[in-house]
Design a protein around this ligand. Structure first.
Ligand code: GUN
Length: 292
């Protein structure tokens, strides 16, 4: 069994980005600039956004964090987005999800300039992705593909089962893996909460991508020997033996499933760091694209 080390791979990617950033600075005097908007004070979201900001520093990017209170109105948020769209120094930005319930997420994402949409969530980028056109790929699916690529895991002709149909992970990764592209050409099944006989389906999988947000959902008796497991889940589970009061759990029963797997991502240290690295990669793409 080989651990797919997302932390190390993400660090390799960040080192590569840092070299490119130096070259851009020398050539154009431009420092790539990523902004992030967060609304409210959800603990997990704040941790993720802070990690994204820290990663910017590591590769030599400028970063701006726009931290808005929970009671921010939709109108105020749309105004902040307009300011970022108009700000020529900002190359790309993200709106951290989920947003508070009183804000219409799709309305907000539609307002983001597709050229600065480094999360790849705007319908223009989703449509372009679906049609195999150049676009920003959403960072988590992009990170999964990059991890499979760097570990030379064959996907062509393989059975890939994706668990979960979210707009951020399940839906886009199911599209990407089926496309005629490197780390694609797979036969993809997208399973979800209404899927019947799930174990019979997951047992046929060469690669399982679990993105449902249910801790330790995927069990040993649901997978075949030699399977590759990508665990996207990262849920805070109460654990009073820890000083912080919780532990992080993936969607996969790692202890038992890893006995049968050929390759498996850990949680934490698997997909999470890759998501951040690919967000930086998209921001670099925004700089080079807009400089042309
Ligand atoms: N919430 C969970 N994952 C993501 C992500 O990749 N981007 C944003 N903006 N919010 C998220």
């Amino acid at each position: 069994m080989t651990i797919l080390d997302g932390k190390k791979t993400a660090n390799d990617i960040k080192d590569e980005i840092a070299i490119e950033v130096e070259a851009i600075k020398k050539k154009d005097g431009k420092i790539p600039h990523l902004a992030a908007i967060i609304v409210g004070s959800d603990g997990a979201s704040m941790t993720y956004v802070n990690s994204k900001v820290k990663a910017c520093t590591k590769v030599g990017f400028n970063s701006t964090l726009i931290d808005l209170p929970e009671n921010t109105t939709e109108e105020q948020l749309l105004h902040e987005i307009d300011l970022l769209n108009k700000d020529n120094d900002i190359d790309g930005y993200i709106v951290q999800l989920p947003l508070p319930k009183h804000i219409d997420e799709q309305k907000i994402l539609m307002q983001v300039d597709p050229n600065k949409d480094v999360d790849g969530f705007h319908p223009t980028n989703v449509g372009r992705m679906t049609l195999d056109l150049p676009c920003y790929l959403p960072a988590t699916p992009f990170g999964i593909m990059e991890l499979l690529k760097r570990y030379k895991i064959e996907t062509s002709g393989k059975n890939v089962v994706v668990l979960g149909r979210s707009h951020i992970v399940g839906r886009p990764i199911s599209i990407l893996m089926s496309q005629k592209r490197p780390t694609g050409n797979a036969t993809v099944t997208l399973a979800h909460s209404r899927t019947e006989n799930l174990a019979a389906i997951t047992k046929t999988a060469d690669i399982i991508i679990a993105a449902i947000g249910i801790p330790e959902f995927l069990k040993e008796n649901m997978v075949k020997d030699g399977v590759t497991i990508i665990d996207v889940g990262i849920t805070r589970v109460d654990d009073h033996t820890k000083t912080r009061g919780y532990r992080l759990a993936g969607d996969v029963d790692f202890k038992n499933v890893s006995k049968k797997a050929a390759f498996i991502t850990p949680v934490p240290g698997g997909v999470g760091p890759m998501t951040i690295a690919m967000l930086l990669k998209n921001t670099l793409l925004a700089v080079t694209k807009n400089n042309k």
